[in-house]
Ligand binder design. Structure first.
Ligand SMILES: Cc1cc2nc3c(=O)[nH]c(=O)nc-3n(C[C@H](O)[C@H](O)[C@H](O)COP(=O)(O)OP(=O)(O)OC[C@H]3O[C@@H](n4cnc5c(N)ncnc54)[C@H](O)[C@@H]3O)c2cc1C
Length: 447
């Protein structure tokens, strides 16, 4: 019997995992260092959202959480690119009917927490920071953030769902043969707001993810249900066009007037937001093994923090929870399931880490590049003709359940093939017969 189970971290992944444990009829203690967000005021105008797509929905569906989260979703059918002159260009994400969704991060977390508690299987403890980890005995110490009171408990199984700076992982790092690397990219990010407008509600089209690609930096905007957009500026810290060089209001205003004039006209609170919202760094984490002696298992960002450019960080964590659940079904013995999960899933953590790093360049630079657009359009056309035999990389990652490691490898190969095909003059406007003849030798299909 796996009777004493603990989840450290009640973030997005911890909260979903709690629902999965409850569905297995397992009693769980879940500890979170922050206050309960359902009982804390979120400052007005600070709705933060994230992109949700198929892998995430599937993981939610297993525990019956999909429907309630769908209520929060705003479909985004493609990328709407804005150039400096204010011209826009729409790039669909996939075929007709394929779209990603903008979902409020806070609401998603709160609903998952409430669903978990409603099962009667999950005890949640807030303001409790995990401050000591005894890996051999499964004993954890939590320190209350308000009172400083310490509590110590021992568990049979402990999940480290405590994010990119995981306390559980820190303890594992002090053991032999634990590999770890973290990497900060040179860019950081700042969240800004585009408030609702009275007549139309959303100031710009709410059916797309907006991108203002500017080569070394970019602004993006995702819609919220209240009619606002959460805008995020991704930019290097250093250099002339870098966060460290935008110190005064005049500099910020001039920067937006120069690079994002059409967005600026809808951002009346820009300077206020600039001052009140932090500029945060972006990092990736790679480590292994995620399992320690069948007692501890790292989940979500604690195991595989990635940069946000594929909109898959949380989703990868959600998919991991679903896969772990399948392994618990398959192996029954939890020691084996933890070990197998760690071995199986770690290459996928590395896959999505690399895909997300590559996508930064694509979003801020390549989406405005003729050669890239041509390859992307041709890839879509090949998919129309060859179906499952050729799935564009974005489709594989976003609208399929192909392993991230496999998607990454196939994407590398496809890019090479597309470069070769485009060099021969092939394009989306070539005839079907021409495309078939050119692509068939690569795919080794015969009809
Ligand atoms: C700008 C940005 C945009 C993003 N956009 C997307 C997106 O569009 N789609 C997507 O899928 N992903 C996105 N992500 C990634 C996503 O936010 C993360 O992958 C996700 O939050 C990971 O969930 P988690 O539960 O593993 O970690 P977290 O959300 O970090 O939760 C960990 C929890 O553990 C708690 N904790 C930490 N230490 C302790 C401790 N010692 N004791 C107790 N509790 C502790 C924390 O307070 C936190 O609540 C984005 C990330 C960023 C930075």
């Amino acid at each position: 019997m796996e009777n004493k189970v603990c989840i450290v971290g009640a973030g997005l992944v911890g909260s979903l995992l709690a629902n999965y444990m409850a569905k297995r009829s397992i009693q769980v203690d879940m500890f979170e260092r922050r206050p309960d967000m359902r009982r804390t005021d979120i400052p007005a105008g600070r709705s933060i959202n994230l992109a949700m797509s198929d892998r995430g929905w599937r993981a939610l569906e297993v525990v019956g959480a999909e429907e309630t989260i769908r209520e929060l979703a705003i479909p985004m059918h493609g990328r709407l690119m804005h150039d400096v002159e204010g011209n826009t260009h729409f790039m669909p994400y996939g075929k007709e009917g394929q779209y990603i969704n903008s979902v409020s991060r806070g609401e998603l977390n709160m609903r998952l927490l409430s669903l978990a508690e409603k099962t009667g299987k999950v005890n949640t403890y807030f303001d409790e920071r995990c401050t000591n980890v005894d890996l051999d005995n499964g004993t954890l110490t939590f320190t209350n953030e308000n009172t400083g009171v310490e509590t110590t408990n021992t568990y049979d199984r402990i999940f480290g769902a405590d994010g990119a700076f995981s306390a559980i992982r820190n303890a594992m790092m002090r053991r032999d043969r634990f590999n770890y690397s973290q990497y900060y990219i040179t860019s950081g990010y700042k969240e800004l707001t585009m408030p609702p407008v009275p007549e139309k509600k959303w100031a710009i089209d709410n059916g797309a993810l907006h991108i203002w690609p500017r080569k070394d930096f970019m602004l993006i905007a995702l819609p919220n249900l209240d009619g606002s957009f959460t805008c995020t500026l991704f930019m290097p810290f250093d250099g002339e066009e870098g966060f460290d060089n935008l110190k005064t209001h005049d500099q910020v205003q001039a920067f937006f007037e120069k690079y994002f004039p059409d967005a600026l006209q809808h951002m009346p609170t820009l300077l206020e937001d600039w001052d009140s919202n932090a500029t945060s760094p972006l990092m990736t984490v790679s480590c292994n093994p995620w399992n320690h002696k069948g007692k501890f298992l790292l989940m979500g960002d604690a195991a595989h923090a990635v940069v946000p450019f594929y909109g898959q960080g949380m989703i990868a964590g959600f998919e991991g929870v679903r896969i772990l659940n399948e392994m618990l079904d398959k192996y029954e013995n939890w020691d084996v399931a933890f070990e197998e999960y760690s071995k199986y899933r770690q290459p996928d953590g590395d896959g999505i880490r690399q895909l997300a790093l590559d996508n930064y360049r694509e979003m801020r630079d390549l989406v405005a590049d003729e050669h890239f657009i041509r390859k992307r359009q041709l890839s879509g056309k090949i998919h129309e003709i060859f179906g499952e035999n050729w799935m564009p990389l974005y489709t594989m990652v976003t609208f399929s359940h192909v392993r991230y490691s496999e998607a990454y490898a196939k994407g590398q190969w496809q890019n090479k093939v597309l470069n070769e095909l485009v060099a021969t003059g092939l394009s989306k406007d070539s005839s079907e017969a021409e495309i078939k003849a050119a692509v068939m030798p690569y795919l080794k299909v015969t009809n």
